[in-house]
Design a protein around this ligand. Sequence first.
Ligand SMILES: *Cc1c(COP(=O)(O)O)cnc(C)c1O
Length: 229
Amino acid sequence: MSESGPGAAEIRKRLSELEARIEENLPARTEGFQVTSPRVNVLGVTKSFTAELILDAHAAGICRIGENYAQELLSKAEVIRSIDDLEVHFIGQLQSNKVRSLVGLVDRFDTVDRSSLVAELARRAPGARILIQVDTSDEPGKGGCAPDEVAALCDLAGSRGLVVEGLMTVGPTQGGPEAARRGFALVRSLADQLGLRECSMGMSDDLEVAISEGATEIRVGRALFGPRT
Ligand SMILES: *Cc1c(COP(=O)(O)O)cnc(C)c1O
């Protein structure tokens, strides 16, 4: 069952609390891009909530959302298309045979982790904006390519005309927020080595660690919209 969520006023309040958590954890680095652009985007993760929640989230000031499941995203297409300045990111594990149905609805594919998916995106969504997903947790079922495959996959995607904006990772489920730090730091350093700006990492429970390690985008569900059923 999907939930309608807490309403725009409550989401706005939680968003301002979130902005404070972001502010407190921005890295104080003296080198690199952070000096000129210490900016962290908030992606509101709307999976398992109704399409109406997306309207409330947008009214509350959230202009980027993430969805995990093709079918669910398609069921919200009408509402999504009714909002002019909403950016939609696909953040779930993506089957190649779903790509075609998502073209035109998804603004960025954030979980590209294999060459067959690169090929399908290049064919169905020429010039698409993507992130390469890196597996930093070794937990099954999360997706992501091995860290030592990232460079080759970026090259391949670029050569097929996709626009690689950066990297994405999901922290471990076990071990608490600190268990995610090493993986987040690795992803930031890979992105820097490859000259990529975006690092999508950090969720409701580990966003402080992600931000302090150089996240440029955090993906937040529960801290904005409450528990999922
Ligand atoms: C569900 C999900 C999130 C949001 O998680 P919360 O803990 O609710 O903030 C972020 N990223 C991905 C890939 C997810 O699947």
